[in-house]
Design a protein around this ligand. Structure first.
Ligand code: SAM
Length: 284
């Protein structure tokens, strides 16, 4: 399967690609605006993201988080061999490549064409069969009902989507009964703290309960980057409302000897407050 582009948002104008000097504000952001911002931002920043994090991510490693919890050890998806797996917000599809190696049948989906080009780059460099990739918005999955046995996401799409209740329903729709949906996100408690790896990131400065999105905008007020917050309770409610059972909520601890920072994730903060929440669920 090649790259399939489905209708999401219009392609960016080149002048939109420079976000220098964007302001960070807290304000409402609709689904369309959030999707458009994500697509532009990830197209623009995919090269830098893969440069900076590619080594940690590994070409065919499935890691859930900056804490370095690997699916090879955690086995949160259960048996994957022979299973069809949808990876949502796959980036360069490192997790899907691991799944392929474990005899699963992954499809790596992402809103950013540039991220998916990095998937192709890795496949070509390794000379391995290409991971099937699809460009789409997780809010509108371009798959028939009951297409997959499993769905997963390592920090993909969920934190960037305005209507995650609808996203959960979409994942439920494309999964077969009994299929697992496992996804990692920034731990909701982090919303209350500055996204800084040092001591300044240890003092709560905002309300955990304030769901107003974090938005970076250009000088015309257009969103260039958006993150949406849900409390732990919100996430559970959205999952249960969509028809999932919560099997586990994993909060990976910062491992001894792990010194690598990732943005606001650092050994200092990781030893004191959780940085990642992994929701392990099963479709009814
Ligand atoms: C933090 S990266 C994670 C990528 C990959 N899972 C990894 O661990 O490197 C977030 C990814 O989510 C994708 N994304 C953001 N919003 C999305 C949406 N609405 N639908 C699909 N993908 C989205 C971005 O393009 C980006 O590749």
């Amino acid at each position: 399967m090649g790259i399939i582009t489905v209708a999401t948002t219009p392609p960016p104008d080149l002048h939109d690609l420079d976000d220098d000097g964007d302001d960070a504000v807290r304000r409402h952001a609709e689904a369309d605006e959030s999707s458009r911002a994500s697509r532009h931002w990830w197209d623009r920043n995919a090269d830098e993201y893969q440069d900076e994090h590619g080594e940690f991510l590994g070409d065919d490693r499935f890691t859930w988080c900056p804490e370095g919890l690997d699916e090879a050890d955690a086995r949160l998806l259960g048996e994957v061999a022979g299973r069809s797996v949808l990876e949502i917000g796959a980036g360069a599809a490192q997790c899907s490549r691991w799944l392929l190696r474990r005899d699963a049948r992954p499809v790596a989906m992402d809103i950013s064409y540039r991220q998916l080009q990095h998937s192709r780059r890795i496949d070509l460099a390794r000379g391995t069969p290409p991971v099937p990739v699809v460009q789409a918005d997780a809010a509108v999955l371009p798959f028939a009902d009951g297409s997959f046995d499993l769905a997963c996401s390592a920090y993909g799409a969920v934190p960037f989507s305005a209507d995650t209740a609808a996203l959960m329903r979409e994942v439920h729709r494309v999964l077969r009964p009994g299929g697992r949906w496992v996804f990692s996100v920034t731990h909701p408690i982090r919303w209350a703290f500055p996204d800084e790896p040092g001591v300044e990131g240890l003092t709560a400065v905002a309300s955990y309960f304030d769901r107003t999105p974090y938005v970076e905008e250009d000088d015309q007020g257009r969103a260039t980057y958006v993150e949406h917050h849900r409390t732990v309770g919100d996430r559970v409610r959205e999952l249960v409302g969509a028809g999932f059972r919560l099997l586990d909520l994993v909060e990976p601890e910062w491992p001894e000897g792990h010194e690598q920072e990732w943005g606001g994730w650092s050994p200092l903060r990781g030893r004191l407050i959780p940085g990642t929440a992994i929701f392990v669920t099963e479709r009814d």
